[in-house]
Design a protein around this ligand. Structure first.
Ligand SMILES: Cc1ncc(COP(=O)(O)O)c(C=O)c1O
Length: 308
């Protein structure tokens, strides 16, 4: 049975960012995933993957679940683990925003660091080794089709219900689960919808975001299903997130800044239409690092931190 806390996952608000409408015919809406109980979109897929494993009989209370994550999936898993009685071990790249470790510590999740050079691929390999060596369960957000299906049946359906008329959808690319699942659902309603994936500019390190050009293409991502890929740098993402917080009072996280920045560029070439952008988490966990101030000052250490 799903607990009261876990039943709060999903059904997040779709909120218009009226102050960011660049011309009268263009409206921009943000899907506020920071409203999920552990503060990000990842609550959705973690709950779905854990419950799938439970149905398959491969998990029982007291077991340990291992996952590679740049932060949010680990935090979501730690929260779901508390509710369902699992231990949690998270493999994260050493350059993640510092409060991610603090939050994982609060949730009593075990943290295994991996070196930044190993990238997400390295973290996934270590998670697999950890799981195999100790007989733990590997969650596997990068390869489990449940990830895409959860966004198709949940996030995508909710967007269509709230706004049947979506012309452009913009999401950041991590596992590719969001952009694939939501994109498929939106295309069923409007075959002309444009699905845009956002990634960091190569070499910019965009605060550690995953650039496909660096060599790791997430297995769930089908590039031919995207109508465009947009490259955003770290300072632009943080500056846009800062602007949303100041103009709308919406606590936009780093990747939300990146998606909105891309959406505004796309809007420049449109006369009218509705654009939906994913705000995959809120700004709260980034507060201690003050990346907004660092972006404004052109601080290069921004590029060494993994912001999503
Ligand atoms: C804040 C944030 N934005 C965007 C993404 C990318 O989402 P997906 O893994 O569905 O591609 C992630 C995933 O790690 C994330 O944590």
């Amino acid at each position: 049975m799903t607990s009261e806390l876990l039943s709060l996952i999903g059904n997040t608000p779709l909120v218009e960012l009226a102050r960011f409408s660049p011309k009268p015919g263009i409206r921009i809406f943000a899907k506020l995933e920071g409203q999920n109980p552990s503060g990000s979109v990842k609550d959705r897929i973690v709950l779905a993957m854990v419950e799938q494993a439970e149905r398959n009989g491969v998990l029982k209370p007291g077991d340990t679940i291992v996952e590679a994550s740049s932060g949010n999936t680990g935090i979501a898993l730690a929260m779901v683990g508390k509710q369902k009685g699992y231990n949690v071990k998270v493999v994260i790249p050493r350059q993640v925003a510092p409060s991610i470790k603090d939050i994982l510590d609060l949730y009593e999740a075990e943290v295994v660091w991996c070196e930044p050079v190993a990238g997400m691929k390295g973290a996934i390999d270590i998670a697999r080794e950890e799981a195999n060596a100790d007989g733990h369960y590997l969650l596997g957000q990068f390869s489990d089709a449940t990830n895409v299906q959860t966004h198709y049946h949940g996030t995508g359906r909710e967007i269509v219900e709230a706004l049947p008329d979506v012309d452009v959808f913009v999401a950041g690319i991590g596992t590719g689960g969001t952009v694939m699942g939501v994109g498929k659902r939106l295309r069923e309603t409007n075959p002309d919808v444009r699905i845009i994936g956002v990634e960091p500019r190569l070499g910019e390190q965009v605060q550690g975001l995953r650039s496909l050009s660096e060599g790791f293409i997430p297995p769930l991502l089908e590039l031919d299903q995207l109508d465009g890929r947009f490259l955003v740098d770290s300072a632009a993402a943080m500056e846009t997130a800062h602007n949303v917080i100041r103009a709308e009072g919406v606590m936009a996280g780093a990747s939300a800044g990146a998606t909105l920045h891309a959406a505004l560029r796309v809007a420049e070439r449109m006369d009218k239409g509705n654009i939906v952008v994913m705000f995959s988490d809120g700004a709260w966990k980034y507060l201690p690092a003050q990346p907004w101030a660092a972006a404004a000052e052109g601080d290069e250490s921004l590029d060494e931190t993994h912001w999503w």
